[in-house]
Design a protein. Structure first.
Length: 53
């Protein structure tokens, strides 16, 4: 339900189960990269591949 509400707020009308799974996998990788970077260099947090729009 949380993903559906977020999608609606972003203007997305529907998401397939496979697309949600793909997005979750990508986000898991980004979180892992963030945590790994935070452990290596405290104070210099970043998310690789994140684009601001």
């Amino acid at each position: 339900m949380v993903v559906e509400r977020l999608a609606e707020q972003l203007g997305i009308k529907s998401l397939s189960h496979s697309r949600v799974s793909e997005m979750a996998t990508h986000l898991d990788a980004q979180v892992a990269a963030f945590r790994e970077g935070a452990q290596r260099s405290p104070g210099h947090h970043h998310l690789a591949g994140v684009r601001a729009s």
